[in-house]
Ligand binder design. Structure first.
Ligand code: ATR
Length: 270
């Protein structure tokens, strides 16, 4: 049995162990996947101890993605860009390889929901780690343009500049937001506190989608707001499952079917 885990702090509410158990059952892979609360001041030590106990790989969640990035011996190109790692892989040589699957998870989930990205006008709210992690895969889908809007405008402008070689991307404050957009992605942590960024009412083009990287039993404040304005709301549950599937692929070279696992999680939420 090969050992994997998810590191976070706190970690008790993580759905990753159930998701990966379902992937393993489906693909016939013999793995053991647990949730480990790493100490806030010693993430590297937690990973080393796990490896010493036979760990082969791990997912990394809040607040350790940047620390995971720093401890890797080698990194994927997309992880280098993101400055964050959500997947650690122990190589045969004993070196630690880091990748980030959040962005591909978002893109796959959008595709699963039939959201067209090529040629789309996309607004991304927020300029923190969560947004940095998804910009490269989003831009790879050749949208018409991406606007990053953030409470702290300078952060959005700096972030956009870091990705400007990959496509038409700009950044600014919420006051600089002028629609319409075909897709609005909420990557702020404002939903957690039930807050909503100040946005103009006329934000959505006809047939537009609104995506919240968060999910829960109830629709998030952002999605409720968006649906009232005619957009189709999609929460981040599918992104969670898709990023997990991509991590599973990195470790086991097998692609699990995500559909049944989405269904399972959705039922648990209700
Ligand atoms: P994460 O890893 O979730 O991205 P982060 O790097 O701390 O966390 O980034 C949080 C993001 O949510 C930031 O874009 C933050 O805006 P600032 O850069 O101005 O701080 C945004 N955010 C948090 N609370 C918010 C609120 N109440 N309203 C609007 N934006 C908020």
């Amino acid at each position: 049995t090969d050992r994997y885990c998810v590191f976070g702090n706190p970690i008790s509410h993580s759905k990753s162990p159930q998701i990966h158990a379902a992937f393993a059952a489906q693909t016939g892979e013999d793995i053991d996947y647990t949730a480990i609360e790493a100490p806030l001041n010693d993430f590297a030590g937690a990973w080393q101890r796990f490896v010493a106990q036979g760990g082969r790989g791990a997912n990394v969640t809040v607040p350790f993605k940047e620390e995971a990035f720093r401890l890797c011996d080698t990194l994927s190109r997309r992880a280098q860009r993101a400055g964050a790692v959500n997947t650690l892989v122990l190589g045969k040589n004993g070196l630690t390889y880091g990748d980030t699957t959040d962005g591909i998870g978002l893109v796959r989930d959008l595709q699963h929901h039939g959201v067209a990205l090529e040629g789309a006008r996309i607004l991304v709210l927020g300029a923190g780690g969560a947004v940095r992690g998804v910009l490269e895969p989003l831009l790879a889908m050749r949208p018409a343009r991406v606007l990053v809007a953030n409470r702290t405008a300078a952060k959005a402008a700096a972030l956009a500049a870091d990705f400007a070689d990959l496509g038409e991307i700009h950044g600014g404050g919420f006051d600089a937001v002028v629609g319409p957009f075909d897709l609005v992605v909420n990557g702020t942590s404002a939903s957690l506190s039930g807050e909503l960024p100040p946005l103009p009412d006329a934000l959505f083009a006809p047939g537009a989608s609104a995506y919240d990287m968060m999910y829960g039993a109830e629709l998030t404040v952002f999605l409720r707001w968006a649906e009232t304005r005619g957009a189709r709301g999609i929460d981040g549950l599918g992104m969670l499952v898709e990023q997990a599937a991509e991590s599973f692929f990195l470790w086991r070279n097998k692609r699990p079917e995500t559909g049944p696992v989405r269904e399972m999680l959705r039922q648990w939420l209700q």
